[in-house]
Write a protein that binds this ligand. Structure first.
Ligand SMILES: CC(C)(COP(=O)(O)OP(=O)(O)OC[C@H]1O[C@@H](n2cnc3c(N)ncnc32)[C@H](O[C@H]2O[C@H](COP(=O)(O)OP(=O)(O)OP(=O)(O)O)[C@@H](O)[C@H]2O)[C@@H]1O)[C@@H](O)C(=O)NCCC(=O)NCCS
Ligand SMILES: Nc1ncnc2[nH]cnc12
Length: 295
């Protein structure tokens, strides 16, 4: 078995960078979907607060995005610098990715926010694989997100609707600021919980909760308003204050949060996407660091 793993890792190392980045982005989406028990989200236990989603659909959707992530990495390598041409190229690829996702899910929006966040981060990684630090990736992704995509069609979206209604910041602003929910909340919590010996699944749940403590998640705002958002943020903080998901009292608080969000029909889809972004950044250095350090 070990020999097989070593052979597999060696053959993965020989793949082009764009393909490896696409593999890692899809893996992050699948790991996020599988992680359980997540509050009110689709996971191995249930479909959470969703009538039209299930785990198989989340997996199929993640796999349908592989070509888009690969193509984003390829144009980043080809264009080689942050600017309007790269921003508009990944915008077009992202929109094609959304079409592929919708075709796969028969019209259900599974991963629009993830295409945006992971697309920017895949592009940022491909632009400078010698710097895979969270700060470097966040900065490059943020600079790209600040550039206007002149081809973006005017679209009605839930995010735009809650921005109008509550003045809330959403996925666009989170990216433009360099993903602070990931770099300042999710990743540090992931590392703290791992260091406490809480086990990988609990550490990932804690990272999701840390993201939820402050995120202005437009999915929650759209479905459950400001009361829903504060229920999510405070409930997530309570789990962490109780010792995190590895502890008995933390698990009880997590169960309570799950029940509260379900009763409000609120699903933190934006936080789930940012957990995937967190898992993607977390695996980049171990997966690619040795090969790319001297590029
Ligand atoms: C700039 C865009 C991100 C568009 O942003 P906007 O806010 O206008 O659009 P939304 O369609 O609302 O998409 C934003 C999605 O981002 C996730 N999200 C929410 N809050 C945050 C946050 N604070 N930070 C980061 N990310 C956040 C979230 O995605 C998840 O939820 C999706 C399901 O949402 P929704 O359809 O509202 O779900 P339901 O309530 O279930 O619907 P009903 O069943 O009730 O009908 C799911 O996909 C998760 O991924 C938000 O939905 C950007 O997308 C854009 O400009 N795209 C154009 C192409 C492009 O440039 N692509 C990328 C190139 S890299
Ligand atoms: N696990 C999940 N459940 C519901 N919506 C999501 N959006 C991204 N991941 C999700």
């Amino acid at each position: 078995m070990r020999a097989l793993n070593v052979a597999f890792e060696a053959s993965a190392r020989s793949l082009p960078l764009a393909e490896r980045l696409a593999d890692l982005a899809v893996d992050a989406l699948i790991d996020e979907a599988d992680l359980s028990p997540k509050p009110a989200l689709v996971d191995r236990r249930s479909s959470g607060a969703h009538q039209d989603l299930h785990l198989g659909l989340m997996h199929a959707s993640a796999l349908s995005l592989w070509p888009a992530f690969k193509e984003m990495a390829e144009v980043a390598i080809e264009i080689g610098e942050i600017g309007q041409p790269l921003r508009e190229a990944i915008g077009r690829i992202g929109r094609d990715g959304e079409v592929a996702m919708m075709r796969t899910t028969q019209g259900v929006n599974t991963h629009r926010g993830a295409i945006w966040a992971l697309g920017l981060l895949v592009t940022a990684a491909a632009l400078d694989p010698s710097d895979l630090s969270a700060a470097g990736l966040g900065l490059r992704a943020g600079c790209l997100a600040l550039i206007e995509d002149r081809n973006l069609p005017v679209q009605h979206s839930h995010g735009a609707e809650v921005a109008r209604k509550y003045g809330a910041m959403g996925a666009r602003e989170q990216a433009q600021m360099g993903f602070p929910a990931v770099t300042q909340k999710g990743l540090p919590q992931l590392q703290r919980s791992r260091a406490t010996g809480h086990g990988e699944q609990n550490a990932r749940l804690d990272a999701l909760l840390a993201i939820m403590t402050t995120l202005s998640d437009t999915c929650v705002l759209y479905r459950a308003g400001e009361h829903g958002l504060s229920t999510m943020q405070r409930g997530a903080q309570r789990v962490l204050d109780a010792g995190g998901s590895a502890t008995l009292s933390g698990r009880r608080a997590l169960h309570e949060l799950d029940q509260q969000l379900l009763s409000l029909n609120a699903s933190p889809g934006g936080a789930a996407d940012l957990l995937a972004a967190c898992l993607f950044i977390d695996c980049l250095e171990p997966a690619l660091g040795d090969e790319t350090r001297n590029v």
